[in-house]
Write a protein that binds this ligand. Sequence first.
Ligand code: HEC
Length: 577
Amino acid sequence: MTKQLWRSAGFLGLGILFIACASPGARNPANEIVVEPALKYFTYKGGQPTSVQTVTPQQWAGHKWHENRRFDLLLKIHAANTRAESNSGLRHAACFDGDGHDIIESFFFTDENKQVQPAIGFLQNQMMRTAVSTDGLMIGVGFKVNKDNQSKPYYFRLPNCNAGKSPIGAVAPVAELSEDEALESTQAISTTTATGVAAQEQKVRPTGFDLDDKDQAQPSLNLPQFRLRADYEKADRFDKSLPWRDWKLKLDVRNENDALVLALILQKYFYDSMANQDSRNPDRNFIAENNRQRYWCHMPWMQVGPQGRESIHGLTKELDLKPSPTMDLFKTAVKGTDWGVAYYNYPGCKTILNAFGSVTQPKPNPDFSKVDFNDGTVSAKILFTTAEFDSIKDAYVWQANTVQPGETKRHIMPMRHIQMDIALRDSTIKGMKPELNNWAMFTYYFDPNYDYDREHRPLLRRANPLKSIPNLPPQFLKMRPMGIQTGFGKPETGDTILFAGAQTNGLEGRLNGPADNPKSSCLSCHGAAGVSSKIMPMVPGTLDNQAWRDLPGRIDFSQQMALAKRNIETWLQMQPQ
Ligand code: HEC
């Protein structure tokens, strides 16, 4: 699709269709994907986006938009990104299409006199401060507003609509407001957001190691308070053995049985002293600092924005749950939001230390040039959903401070554990691909019918390693290993191996979990970490082993590191200078 076609398609009234498909756009001769820059503002009812206001640079500068209307839209976007509700109490969200650099150039251009063009109402001295993450997937905007004899600083981050795990507004059908309708609704919303919201923003510089979210404490539930484990310099003081490296095993990931053994060893490696910390209170398990055996840490800089870490378990918001097209157990999934929290083992935590420093000594200017995860890095992520349906009724339950689809305010509710993801980088294992930095991805999903002794024991001729973990809550014995992914190719190439009895949710049979976007796969999406969406969107992401090596800006398969980097690069002092 060419740029011209985008415009004429919109003109013909087919714009809605394109939003619904979240089309990545066309490629120009330089092999960049061209998506027209636009600001978008969504409102939701009943969990579905009901309307979207799309503003193109031409409209923004056009005759219908005078400076007070530009100010109104800016405040709506600000409110949508600071967790306030819209004036009418609806959930709302804002994002942009295209590349962040183009958004700044065409909406918030600052001329040589430091004046923003076109002009924006109530803006102190017409000054604005802006930042763009290197991957172009997030912008930061700061300004001061002079209104009612008061001067207030404002600041917001705005993500690309398709970055991260939960694309914004990518649910069909959405009614595209005409420009006149949008302008009316703009006026209706602006009056209350103009005051009030700014107050939340006047805080001291965030370090990226603290938590923004607060819950309504419910003492009867005996819930923990999430604490980011970020004393990375202590990582070396704990057990450093990496049990899958046992010389007797000689595992080769091209062999299905070996890959299954590796999946089970990793599952046990993470559950040890983690899943069994408190056999009576499920909420008191997986607390990194209570693990006296192994060191596990968290990624900093993931606390910000409406998707940021929640207060009880540190969960961040992921893609909303949808019925899986390919997995029988999840075909009947009902609507819910999905949330996850990830942990890195000690070699990974030392890589994080190199980039960010630690909680006691944060680096003022984090350094991502050397992000290359240490050999032996493991990252494990446990995923929970607010959805309740028959197949998952017996899954492990946490209480967490989250939202149902379409809700604005977080509150404490039960969440069911449906998926666990593990990423491993290890050059000592046979069959790993050095050209892909020796990464392998594994996933596990709740399956009430999974029975190790019946399905895997006859093949492997060994007892389930998980059985040796004392006081392991029984639901974890139902977390079925799905398979392994060691490359971007289709399963025929051997890059994905599915274990007997498992089904995947990935593109053309590649490895992917029930909570993941079925148009991508684990490695495909993670291979795009750090890369501009102009070159490689996360969905479908990388589908070719050769092509990955040439991707500029890539961050060694860590999507959390890519997100943390984006959040840092778009942090701005509140006061325009
Ligand atoms: C469409 C993109 C996408 C797909 C598909 C995907 N992930 Fe992720 N993954 C992300 C993003 C974005 C994050 C960071 C956000 C967060 O943790 O909340 C993440 C975080 C993780 C983490 C935490 C550490 C890290 O590397 O960032 C692990 C481990 C992980 N994913 C493994 C997997 C596995 C295994 C699969 C397949 C079963 C998978 N992912 C599929 C996008 C994806």
